[in-house]
Design a protein. Structure first.
Length: 209
């Protein structure tokens, strides 16, 4: 059976992804600042000079890792809250999506949580930017709920920030879960849903502006 020939662009993309995957493997139990270009290249199976065909620096690779880690999650969470008919439906769908994505990509989220609190430079700034973008997109979606349509932009963003903070707490709990079993995961998911419901309980009493 014949196969389609691999184009130069496809080979380049595979090598680029190989570098990202290699860096992520090496970051399993260490900070990004301790990573060297040479060891990432070696892990990816290329010579160090070939690294520069894909990234201008290690910082650029780190920022690409952040974007890769967050882009898919933002899209999936947005899809989960596409029907704003009820808070409970949105909460349940968003928490389930977050849970499934974290469990499927734990290496990405360990990297994000570690670098968010102990990293520095462009990588840490990229994480802050992505979280702010996540929060801004959520604020736009919150404005679609009828009861929130009269809220000020500042208040919508404040509520979105609270939700994102709660979701980050859930990420950390999933990564640190002990024991690692289905019952522990169910408990974390239930707690995550309760946190978000608690935030929404304050909506009717809040006088925006």
């Amino acid at each position: 059976m014949s196969t389609e020939p691999v184009t130069r662009q496809e080979r380049k993309q595979r090598t680029r992804q190989g570098l990202l995957d290699a860096a992520l493997d090496l970051l399993a139990d260490r900070g990004f600042a301790s990573l060297s270009l040479r060891e990432v290249a070696k892990q990816a199976g290329i010579v160090p000079t070939a690294f520069y065909r894909h990234f201008a620096s290690m910082d650029e690779l780190g920022v690409a890792l952040v974007e890769e880690s967050m882009r898919t999650l933002r899209g999936m969470i947005r899809s989960a809250r596409s029907n704003p008919s009820a808070y409970t439906d949105m909460i349940r769908a968003s928490v389930r999506t977050l849970y499934e994505h974290v469990r499927a990509h734990e290496d990405h989220f360990r990297f994000l949580t570690r670098e968010r609190y102990s990293g520095a430079g462009p990588v840490q700034r990229a994480i802050g930017f992505e979280l702010k973008l996540f929060s801004s997109e959520l604020a736009v979606d919150l404005a679609r709920f009828e009861v929130l349509r009269e809220w000020t932009t500042d208040d919508l963003h404040m509520m979105a920030d609270l939700i994102v903070t709660a979701m980050l707490s859930t990420v950390v709990e999933l990564l640190e879960a002990r024991p690692r079993d289905a019952e522990t995961d169910r408990r974390i998911v239930r707690t995550a849903e309760r946190r978000l419901r608690l935030i929404f309980l304050g909506v009717p009493s809040w006088r925006s502006g």
